[in-house]
Ligand binder design. Structure first.
Ligand code: ADP
Ligand code: ADP
Ligand code: ZN
Length: 228
């Protein structure tokens, strides 16, 4: 730190929730409504794997097994991403933090620039719903817009609503075996963060069962208050 930076007060929001809860879907909607930037450590890790970086090479097998990538790698990736200028107007963290060590590292990182978390929002969903959501998930190969075989199909079949691309992809880890390990990792390592943020007075809960637009509207109302 050179000490000369003006502390920034840009909003920092966290979306907490098990795999498939709708974090990515809702984060993209919040980007549009609030001008915030979505930071998904899952997306950043998949990009590192695709690029074949040393971190990506280490993360690949761990992600395929549905386990958590080491705190060290994930914190490094997030720190680098937060240093990029497009995050200056505020961020929505999607899939980070996932452990208490990551949550503490985030607090320390934000403190360096005089920032803190505005809200940690827990998307509350039943475990059985996760399997349905994850097994039907696919995304646009070009812009990353998320879709679902049953719950969110493009308006024109086979064409992305956001960018018009006709290329879609499915994640290698979105299969029944991996989902079980991912849910286990969520309950063991990430669910305790709900109490962690409750103690900080930063926790909010949203019922994330049901219609995507209804959840977006509940979440939007909450975010409006949190960043006011
Ligand atoms: P996460 O980022 O939490 O893993 P996603 O946003 O990728 O979850 O959502 C998982 C899948 O479920 C996607 O296919 C998405 O289109 C779908 N989905 C998201 N929210 C809902 C919802 N409220 N109801 C039904 N399906 C949903
Ligand atoms: P989902 O929300 O469906 O679980 P993500 O895209 O957030 O999917 O994460 C995919 C995988 O990337 C996780 O199963 C895990 O292996 C790894 N990962 C993502 N974020 C983290 C994190 N904060 N800490 C550890 N591993 C992570
Ligand atoms: Zn697209």
């Amino acid at each position: 730190m050179d000490g000369s930076k003006t502390p920034s007060v840009a909003p920092v929001l966290i979306l907490l929730g098990p795999p498939g809860a709708g974090k990515g879907t809702q984060a993209r909607m919040l980007e549009d409504s609030f001008g915030l930037v979505q930071l998904s450590t899952g997306d950043l890790l998949r990009a590192a794997v695709a690029a074949g970086t040393p971190a990506g090479k280490e993360a690949k097998a761990v992600m395929e097994a549905g386990e958590l990538v080491s705190d060290e790698i994930v914190i490094d990736i997030l720190r680098d991403r937060l240093a990029e200028p497009d995050t200056a107007n505020g961020v929505i963290l999607d899939g980070f933090p996932r452990t208490t060590v990551q949550a503490q590292a985030l607090d320390a990182l934000l403190a360096e620039t005089g920032q803190k978390i505005d809200a940690a929002i827990s998307l509350e969903v039943e475990d059985a719903e996760m399997v349905t959501r994850i097994s039907g998930r696919y995304t646009c190969g070009s812009c990353g817009e998320g879709y679902h075989d049953t719950f969110k199909q493009p308006a024109t079949a086979g064409t992305c609503d956001s960018c018009g691309s006709t290329q879609f992809k499915r994640r290698a880890d979105d299969n029944a075996e991996t989902v079980a390990s991912r849910l286990k990792a969520y309950h063991a390592n990430t669910a305790p963060l709900i109490a962690f943020y409750d103690q900080q007075g930063a926790l909010a809960r949203v019922n994330a069962m049901g219609d995507i637009d209804k959840i977006a509207s509940d979440l939007g109302a909450l975010v409006k208050t949190a960043v006011a």
